[in-house]
Design a protein around this ligand. Sequence first.
Ligand SMILES: Cc1cc2nc3c(=O)[nH]c(=O)nc-3n(C[C@H](O)[C@H](O)[C@H](O)COP(=O)(O)OP(=O)(O)OC[C@H]3O[C@@H](n4cnc5c(N)ncnc54)[C@H](O)[C@@H]3O)c2cc1C
Length: 184
Amino acid sequence: MILDDYQSPWRTEELDDLRAMTRTFLKKESVPHHARWAEQHSVDRDFWRQAGEAGLLCISIPEEYGGGGGSFAHEAVIMEEQARIADDAWANVVHSTIVAHYIATFGTEEQKQRWLPAMASGDLVGAIAMTEPTTGSDLQSIRTRAQRDGDEYVINGSKTFITNGTYCDLLIIVARTSDEKGGK
Ligand SMILES: Cc1cc2nc3c(=O)[nH]c(=O)nc-3n(C[C@H](O)[C@H](O)[C@H](O)COP(=O)(O)OP(=O)(O)OC[C@H]3O[C@@H](n4cnc5c(N)ncnc54)[C@H](O)[C@@H]3O)c2cc1C
């Protein structure tokens, strides 16, 4: 079967337009840089702002927070187009579909206003630190501690394999606040 002939049941005209725009954008702004990005172990920081300008960041976040007001289908179209050009360097999946949604779902109104528009423009790059040198799938075994000190948490621990970790501006850290709470 030729993939381009396959019609996903969730496909719409609007999603097809997004697909065409994403394809053109990635062909021009991503493909020519793949070899260099592989060598430097990261995409150019400016690429995030270009993607933000094109409307490809936080596309499933509500418009009131600077997002595209779309759904996971919009994110899936962008992921499919990224897979089509065999790019595994640009971690928009972590930024837009994981980190932004943690903030949109669990953040305070002040946090949403402060961070989501900047994530949608590419001025802030998001990452999430769960994995530790001794803990992967079994997240309840994490050792990193967050200890309350006045208005702040003091974080102690080690994290590894953090996508976007080398240059992120906003990092969600999974930490243990007390031994009694177990995995909570
Ligand atoms: C490309 C990449 C990007 C990543 N980005 C991030 C990131 O942004 N943030 C972050 O926090 N982490 C990130 N990780 C880490 C990732 O989340 C962990 O690798 C993952 O949780 C698995 O942990 P582990 O590697 O320690 O393997 P383990 O947990 O040690 O698992 C090893 C093997 O045992 C199997 N296994 C584990 N538990 C069970 C069980 N209970 N029953 C049966 N089988 C089991 C697993 O399926 C696997 O095959 C990334 C990893 C990769 C490869």
